[in-house]
Design a protein around this ligand. Structure first.
Ligand code: AMP
Length: 470
């Protein structure tokens, strides 16, 4: 896909005339001169450790760690799959948890996406499954459909040599098809809790009576999304004789409660993945005058042509509109939000991951749990109302030692939200000032494109309503 160009006059240029990105080099120089860019720590403030486990975890954490997968006595089939994935050394969460999980201990892992936590729980499950080879052996609960698919990919890749059957059971997909899949007796089920419960209640012949391993991934998020009551139901009907792994980015009091209710004598491992954000993330904000938000956004997208960008919007309608606006202006953008069908959401994510689309316009559905490598820029088109969501959004860039940047577009209505965020991250976000002339040059064409995008979104919604009436 050739990069987008918008001419200085603000008109969308024909594809061939393309290198006409706004005179971006001089613009960049000016911007750099104006910018005070700071490097900051965006890791969530650590919450107090669970006293009950403190002694235990201190002992365990430091007594057992490995430096290579070969030390772990894994089945050759699994080791071979690990090699094929080019995992040369275990990540900290793997190095610290695997010696315990492989010995049959329950695990509570405080780790974020990007830490390698999926393989940390998949490897011991596959190692045990290699011996047992029984259906409905393990169940992984994840808060979002996208994360569930991602986890399944890891299982498939690590289990490739051992005839692993894995099913993804999530909302938005056909119940009957899923029921058929469950009848094929998968070894591992990766599910969102609501849909799993639906099948447990309604699919004849399906039960989790034989379950040996339960994983609750992103437990804080599961609880934030009000899955608590469904989790309780699931915990009540699965065997108590099992291993349980609970992973969470933060250890909130709700997560601690869930931990006490579901794990037996767990080893607690907390990894600090500061390395993936602190030194390499630059966060700024732009104060946006009334009516200029879209122009500022397009200005930023123009600066990052050819790079990967996630734009976060507060609502599905905003995400849809912004993606359309960007597309009308020739950018390679795709929306990802809850009003799309599951197939559309997966398609969007895959297109973005493969580099087919460079700009993902997402609601917070996409903010957490997704393994999207190398995002160069995160734009907060809408400022999140929840400060933690801010941290998770900007955590999509500057991962695993790469550099990255986040820019928050702040209108007069967002000042309070930004102050709250600044308090939580304990820093004042430096202001970035775009070149006024460049903004003015873009404004008219962005306004026209916005009007087109808004009318297309309306058309789309009225068609949907019409279809529903049918
Ligand atoms: P996760 O935190 O599980 O979402 O994993 C983040 C990324 O790290 C994924 O792309 C994994 O494939 C990758 N990964 C996991 N373990 C390792 C490892 N030991 N070495 C290199 N990459 C890894």
């Amino acid at each position: 896909m050739s990069p987008t160009k918008i001419s200085r006059s603000g008109n969308v240029a024909p594809k061939k005339a393309v290198s006409a990105k706004i005179d971006i080099d001089s613009l960049k120089k000016k911007l750099t001169a104006n910018k005070t860019q700071e490097r900051v720590d965006t890791t969530l403030p650590e919450e107090p450790e669970d006293k009950q486990n403190e002694k235990q975890s201190e002992q365990d954490e430091f007594s057992k760690q490995v430096t290579s997968f070969k030390e772990l006595d894994l089945q050759p089939d699994i080791l071979d799959a690990i090699e094929k994935l080019n995992f040369s050394t275990p990540t900290p969460i793997q190095a610290q948890s695997l010696p315990h999980s492989l010995q049959g201990r329950d695990i509570i892992g405080i780790a974020q996406t990007g830490s390698g936590k999926t393989a940390a729980f998949a490897i011991p499950i596959l190692q045990a499954l290699w011996e047992a080879q029984t259906p409905y052996f393990a169940c992984v609960l994840a808060p979002t459909r996208e994360l569930a698919y991602q986890i399944r990919e890891t299982f498939d890749a690590l289990g490739v040599n051992m005839g692993l059957r894995c099913s993804t059971i999530v909302g938005g997909m056909d119940m009957m098809e899923q029921a058929k899949e469950l009848m094929r007796k998968p070894h591992v089920i990766v599910a969102t809790p609501g849909r799993l419960m639906d099948h447990l209640e309604n699919t004849k012949g399906f039960s989790l009576k034989a379950l040996k391993y339960l994983v609750m991934d992103e437990a804080d998020r599961l609880l934030d999304m009000e899955f608590g009551p469904v989790l309780d139901k699931i915990l009540n009907i699965i065997p108590r004789e099992r291993r349980t792994y609970l992973f969470s980015a933060t250890l909130t009091s709700k997560v601690e409660k869930l931990q006490r209710a579901s794990l037996i004598d767990p080893v607690k491992i907390a990894v600090n993945d500061k390395y993936s954000t602190v030194d390499t993330l630059i966060q700024t904000l732009m104060v946006v005058p009334d009516g200029y938000k879209n122009t500022y956004l397009i200005y930023l997208l123009n600066e990052y042509v050819g790079k990967s960008v996630i734009v976060f919007a507060r609502t599905c309608a905003h995400a849809q509109k912004v993606a359309l606006l960007a597309r009308i202006l020739g950018f390679s953008a795709i929306p990802l939000h809850g009003q799309l069908t599951q197939a559309q959401r997966l398609g969007a994510l895959n297109k973005f991951k493969s580099g087919d689309k460079q700009i993902l316009v997402a609601t917070d559905v996409a903010a957490r749990g997704l393994d999207i490598p190398s995002v160069d820029l995160v734009v907060n088109y809408d400022i999140p109302t929840d400060s933690k969501a801010y941290i998770h959004r900007v955590g999509r860039t500057a991962r695993a030692g790469r550099s990255g940047k986040s820019v928050s577009l702040v209108t007069q209505y967002d000042l309070e939200l930004i102050l709250r965020i600044e308090k939580v991250i304990d820093m004042k976000l430096p202001k970035e000032v775009p070149n006024k002339n460049e903004i003015l040059a873009l404004h008219d064409s962005v306004d026209r494109a916005t009007a087109q995008a808004v009318s297309k979104v309306k058309e789309f919604h009225s068609k949907r309503k019409f279809k529903k009436k049918d």
